[in-house]
Design a protein around this ligand. Sequence first.
Ligand code: FAD
Length: 232
Amino acid sequence: MCDARVVGFQRDGSKIVLATKQGDVIADYAVNCCGLQSDRMSKMTGHKAEAKILPFRGEFYELKPESQHLCRNLIYPVPDPSFPFLGVHFTRMIDGGIECGPNAVLAFAREGYRKTDINIADLAETLTYSRFLRMAANYWRVGAGEMWRSISKAAFVKALQRLMPDIRSEHIVPTRAGVRAQAISPAGDMVDDFVIQASDNVINVNNAPSPAATSALNIGNIIVDKLDEQLG
Ligand SMILES: Cc1cc2nc3c(=O)[nH]c(=O)nc-3n(C[C@H](O)[C@H](O)[C@H](O)COP(=O)(O)OP(=O)(O)OC[C@H]3O[C@@H](n4cnc5c(N)ncnc54)[C@H](O)[C@@H]3O)c2cc1C
């Protein structure tokens, strides 16, 4: 069944009963890969999620068609190993466009794809979360820079100019945003590796950060191997 939000989880003997908006699904095993909701789903399955998810929106600009000659390939910075965020970069898309970004700003909703998206429950959960407050205190300067780049196109362009000195404000226009599911460890660190927990007949993918899309087939193999181990 597709497009069915899971809202409940129960065990019935060796079976799993998933309550969804489209009716119940009875299964021998379940794999939770719910991205931004994965920690909540883990909790629903009775597992104590190792990581808690905080949503960070990544906002992008794109090169106007007449400026696309500025970028002929991927242009990426050398990553700073102390942060899971790569920083702005240039990505050639399969449709021919070129994306510039993203920044990384706290989203006020788990699925907060627009600046105006606010979910009071999600926001309250984040702001009352002690590890978020510790992280905000430690990295307030970096966070403030990201927020400034969210409201100031000139600041965003300045960040892009580190990789492409010739780029100017008139070369780019805003485009879609993505929301990154940033996992925070019990110690309060930003987790930058995959976290996949298995027990009985449930697999919880608690953290699948970039490059999880690129590595999707390998991650799928790991999940199948773990299921094999669990189910004998
Ligand atoms: C801006 C941005 C750029 C990125 N760039 C790259 C890149 O260049 N290369 C790369 O490899 N990765 C990139 N990533 C990361 C990549 O997108 C993620 O790592 C990957 O999508 C994670 O996959 P996932 O299956 O865990 O979660 P998702 O892809 O988020 O999928 C989760 C799914 O679970 C569903 N779901 C949630 N709750 C429920 C529920 N209760 N019931 C049923 N379904 C539910 C959602 O609807 C969604 O379909 C990027 C991410 C962002 C935000």
